[in-house]
Design a protein around this ligand. Structure first.
Ligand SMILES: N[C@@H](CCC(=O)N[C@@H](CS)C(=O)NCC(=O)O)C(=O)O
Length: 235
């Protein structure tokens, strides 16, 4: 059994979608980010970085893994699925996974913070992060014009990217500008495991959220408090 510590955010969904795809049994602990539960001492023993997601593998001497990319690689290696055995193909999948971890996630994450959570609107900063996110989307688009999935076959590389593309519109990005990425996004969105993983730790629908202005304001305010200057640990 795997213990998953998570919240309903893109990095959290990577782990739950991967567990669902692999059909591994897991227990979910919902970490309340708005209460800074991820910074509590007990949780820092699981993830020293004080963020979600993290897992503990109870079948492997309570081995803990933090960092979503490392979690996906660990789960793929544990099961021998979603990561090719052939070394070149495996490298290709890891290249696209790293591209997400070092590029799409950090850039889009910062774009969202400055669009949605920082009360003062800073156009230069917003443009910088949104434009860089769009550039990264175009890199994905060119790749997906050639291949059905990022590394040829469906792999953990696709799983790391999907939750961020799910938040494209929330970041003010029109997916129609990258038609191959849009096609890939629809393919993954239709997968039952992706749908199940998105509803961990609780049901979530970004379109429903975006159509409910009160809820949008509530979420933006909640995260503004989490990221505010009274909380220098959060970023
Ligand atoms: N590189 C980390 C990033 C994890 C991360 O930033 N998680 C966010 C949610 S998407 C978080 O826990 N934020 C709370 C905080 O910053 O305190 C990973 O991929 O696991």
């Amino acid at each position: 059994m795997i213990d998953l510590y998570t919240a309903g955010t893109p990095n959290g969904w990577k782990a739950s979608i991967c567990l669902e795809e692999l059909g591994l049994p897991y227990n979910t602990t919902h970490i309340d980010l708005t209460q800074n539960e991820q910074k509590q001492e007990w949780y820092l023993k699981i993830n020293p970085n004080g963020r979600i997601p993290a897992i503990i593998d109870r079948e492997n001497n309570d081995f803990g893994v933090f960092e979503s990319g490392a979690i996906l690689i660990y789960l793929a290696e544990k099961t021998g699925q979603l990561l090719p055995q052939d070394s070149d193909k495996r490298s290709l999948a890891l290249q696209w996974l790293m591209f997400q971890m070092g590029g799409v996630g950090p850039m889009q994450g910062q774009a969202l913070v400055f669009i949605r959570n920082v009360p003062e609107k800073m156009p230069y900063v917003i443009d910088r992060y949104v434009n860089e996110t769009k550039r990264l989307y175009r890199v994905l688009d060119r790749r997906l014009a050639e291949e059905e999935f990022l590394a040829g076959d469906y792999s953990i590389a696709d799983i790391t990217v999907w939750p961020w593309i799910y938040c494209a519109e929330w970041t003010g990005i029109d997916l129609q500008e990258t038609p191959h990425l849009a096609r890939w996004f629809e393919t993954l969105s239709a997968r039952p495991a992706v749908k199940r993983g998105l509803n961990v730790p609780e049901p979530f629908d970004i379109n429903e959220l975006m159509n409910d202005e009160d809820q949008v304001k509530e979420i933006e305010n909640r995260w503004s408090k989490l990221l505010g200057e009274n909380n220098p640990e959060a970023s």
